[in-house]
Structure formats: C-alpha cells, structure tokens
Design a protein around this ligand. Sequence first.
Ligand code: FES
Length: 149
Amino acid sequence: MTNLHEIIEPYVDIDGGLMPALHAIQEEEGYISKDAISELAKAFNYSNAEVLDVLTYYDDFTLEPLGRNIVRICRAEACQSLKSKELTDDLTSHFNLSLDETTADSKITLKEVFCLGNCALGPSVMINETVIGEADKSKVIKFLNEIDE
Ligand code: FES
C-alpha cells in the first residue's frame, strides 16, 4: 500500500506544492481519496474543503478510481452534428453506465470531452491515448476488446 505521506513529502516546502502533490497522488493511486485530501490538508495547512475546491476545479483529478480504459466521447458542436449524442446513448446503454461511471470489473470508464481536434472525422472518441474518428458502437467495442481482452 502506498504511503500518502511519502508521496506528499517532497512537495511540502515548495511554493505552490499542492498541485504537484495532487498530480503525484493521482499518478500513483489513480484518484484522490478522502484520506489523501486529509493528508494534503494537514501537510499544506489548508482545510479539507480548500483542498477539495482546488482539485474539483481541474479536470485532471478524480475522486473515484477510474477504469483501466478511459473512453472519452466528444460532445462538442462538430461531433454533436455527427451524432455523438446517439453514440453516447449507444455506449452508455451497452455498458450500462452513465458518463463518469466505471464498469464493475474496472475495465471501462466513460467520460465526455469537448473537442479532440478531429472534428472533420466525427464523431470522435479517445480511448486512453488513441483518437478514433467516425466512431460507432462496434468500432469502440472492437478497439476495447483488442487492447484489454
Ligand atoms: S468537435 Fe469533436 S473532435 Fe472537434
């Protein structure tokens, strides 16, 4: 088990050390737990609410463990016009999840994103680091099965 204190320690005496400490915890643990919030508050002399305010302001951090594969569906205008809403409905219904939820086997977390720079080939989906254009349900499921059987 990771020792939160050890992760936080190198950042405590640095100006603005809270942000790199949050990144280090997110990297190590995959999310920011309640225990981590308390440890950070103690170490940086903030209240728990202040730490929570900072981490919920940025999209980089999550309060729940994420799945092994993050599926981000583009919901920006160009992809909306190319049926990303329908794709979202197809995927949420196939995986029986809402956006920002993770499957019980921790395989998949569904998220929305606003533009992946692939507008002409929408609807676009990013699975982990890979952007998939002209995405549909079967393309997404096939890709997921190939990378995580
Ligand atoms: S609007 Fe979806 S990739 Fe740009």
